[in-house]
Structures are given as structure tokens and as C-alpha cells.
Design a protein around this ligand. Structure first.
Ligand code: CP
Length: 309
């Protein structure tokens, strides 16, 4: 039985198979409408979410499965002090697969160690967000036809943005990548990420001004400043509007540069960019459903009957 804690849990070949399946689902949705009949997905969200939780639920429902879960730790027995280790033992008896989001780094990993059903990390603190990365990779592969030879700009809160950390790790495995990290000094990408790039001789630059580098980029991954991870409001207020991608800035970008964003957006992309054909963030949302359908199918296949609760 397999879990998904990090995008690196799948080999590049396994990811290719997953994306092939997601593209097949995209074009032959009807073929999959009963693929999960009799199966139950539990969504255990201890932190707020719109896209991740609802796209998992939509994915399961579109395949004929059912969904149970909670969207707020306060409405679960976590509010009475129950541990995730105990909770997942219960969930294992109620569902066949679980997507878990938690404010604590590593909580889904702890759950997976006690689970008898596949557990998917749906975001753990400022650490990883592997299914967002699967969404991002599927979007890029589907729209560009490849996952190698890109100059990638990542802009905004690179310190606390878990989607950024997962995406860099995933893209490191493809050839011909160059990373340009665009952030204020206080929100630079963590050292463990740059150490990993150095150890693999993968080129990267760290810059503050988006205008200086935007003409070089094949895609630009914008992120919001992660208010919920800040220790004080004053720092957040000072940094929250550091970057605003607008029509004027887009004039200097390549004609085929993709603008990606995991969403939610706050102010970092002006709404006047939404109509630009290079704005890809709402398309990403749709790819997020296809890839989560493919992931549910793939992980359910890894469960042996004698492992089921
Ligand atoms: N991208 C993403 O994780 O969005 P939600 O927080 O709404 O799930």
C-alpha cells in the first residue's frame, strides 16, 4: 500500500504514468464515472482549504465514489485532544483512502504510519503540498508538452510557501532546468532547498526585482504572502504587496510565458492579467481535479484486500 507525502514518493516514470492517466480522464471522463463505485474518500482538513478539499471531493464523486470528512479541526475530536495517530485509525475503518491537511509539518506522515488506508498529504504547514505540485506539473506538461528545459521564476513568499518547496523538489529531477527565485530578503527560499540545488549543480539565482528577470522566464509561479505563517502582523503588512504582477509587467514577458499560481490569490496578480492568454491559474484548477482523480485511482490499486480494514 502506498501513501503520498512528497512528489518525490513517485519516480519520474510513475509520474508520467499518472499524468497519462490524468490526460486520459480529461478526454474520456465518461469512461471513469463508475471507477470508484463503493469506495469512500475521507477528507480530514485541520486547516482551511477551498481548492484542495473540494477538488478531492469532486474527483471522488465524479468517479462514482462517496466522500466523508471534516473541514475544520474544531468540528472534529481534535478539539477534545485526539491525536492524528488515533484519528487515522478510526478513519481507516470508515474510508478506503484519506486526504489530510494539517497545520503541523509531518502530521500526515505520522498518520500514514498508523493507517491501513492510503494517506495523501494535502498540505502540511509550511512544508510540502504534493498534490498541488502534481497539479502544476500536469498543467505544464499538458500546455507545453514537456517538463524539461525551462527557466522557471518563482516569486513571492518562498520561505513559507509549501507549494514552492514541493515544486522545486519535483522539477529538480528534470534536465535543463534553471531556477530564478524572486523574493524580498525576509522571504527567501530556505537553505535546505538551495543546498539541494547546489549539490546537484542545478543553476539558480536569487533576486529581489521581478522586472529584471521576467523577460527570461518560460513560466512564472506567483505566490501569495502566507499570512497564517507570520509571527507578527506588522511584518505581514509590510511584505504583503511587495509584488503585484500587472499588465504593464506582462509586456516584458515572453509571448508564451505561462503565469501559474496555486491560489488563493490576494493582491499579487492584478485582475487585469486574468484575460491575458498567458494567465494559466484558473486552468490549473481544472487540471487539479484530473490529477487527483488519477491519484485516487493509482493509490487505491496499491491496496491489497487483506490490508483493508
Ligand atoms: N492551492 C491550494 O492549496 O488552495 P486551497 O488552500 O484553497 O486548498
Amino acid at each position: 500500500m502506498r501513501h503520498l507525502m512528497s512528489p518525490l514518493d513517485f519516480t519520474v516514470e510513475e509520474l508520467n504514468n499518472l499524468f497519462d492517466l490524468a490526460n486520459d480522464i480529461e478526454f474520456n471522463l465518461d469512461k471513469y464515472k463508475n471507477a470508484c463505485t463503493g469506495k469512500i474518500l475521507a477528507t480530514c482538513f485541520y486547516e482551511p482549504s477551498t481548492r484542495t478539499r473540494l477538488s478531492f471531493e469532486s474527483a471522488m464523486l465524479q468517479m462514482g465514489g462517496n466522500v466523508i470528512g471534516f473541514s475544520d479541526a474544531g468540528s472534529s475530536s481534535a478539539s477534545k485532544g485526539e491525536s492524528v495517530a488515533d484519528t487515522i485509525r478510526m478513519i481507516s475503518c470508515y474510508a478506503h483512502i484519506c486526504a489530510m491537511r494539517h497545520h503541523k509539518e509531518g502530521a500526515p506522515m505520522v498518520a500514514s504510519g498508523k493507517s491501513s488506508i492510503p494517506v495523501i498529504n494535502a498540505g502540511d504547514g509550511g512544508h510540502q503540498h504534493p498534490t498541488q505540485t502534481l497539479t502544476d506539473l500536469l498543467t505544464i506538461r499538458s500546455l507545453k508538452g514537456r517538463l524539461n528545459n525551462f527557466t522557471v521564476g518563482l516569486c513571492g513568499d518562498l520561505k513559507f510557501g509549501r507549494t514552492v518547496h514541493s515544486l522545486i523538489h519535483a522539477l529538480e529531477r528534470y534536465t535543463g532546468m534553471k531556477f530564478i527565485f524572486i523574493s524580498p530578503e525576509e522571504l527567501k527560499v530556505p537553505d535546505y532547498i538551495t543546498d539541494s540545488l547546489k549539490s546537484k549543480n542545478i543553476p539558480y539565482e536569487e533576486v529581489i526585482r521581478l522586472d529584471d528577470v521576467i523577460p527570461q522566464l518560460d513560466f512564472l509561479y506567483m505566490t501569495r504572502v502566507q499570512k497564517e505563517r507570520f509571527f507578527n502582523e506588522e511584518d505581514y503588512v509590510r511584505l504583503k504587496d511587495f509584488y503585484v504582477l500587472d499588465k504593464e509587467k506582462m509586456k516584458n514577458a515572453k509571448a508564451d510565458m505561462l503565469v501559474l499560481h496555486p491560489l488563493p490569490r490576494v493582491n499579487e496578480i492584478a485582475v487585469d492579467v486574468d484575460d491575458d492568454p498567458r494567465a494559466t491559474y484558473f486552468k490549473q484548477v481544472q487540471y487539479g481535479v484530473y490529477v487527483r482523480m488519477a491519484l485516487i485511482l493509482t493509490l487505491l490499486k496499491t491496496v491489497r484486500r487483506d490490508e483493508e480494514c
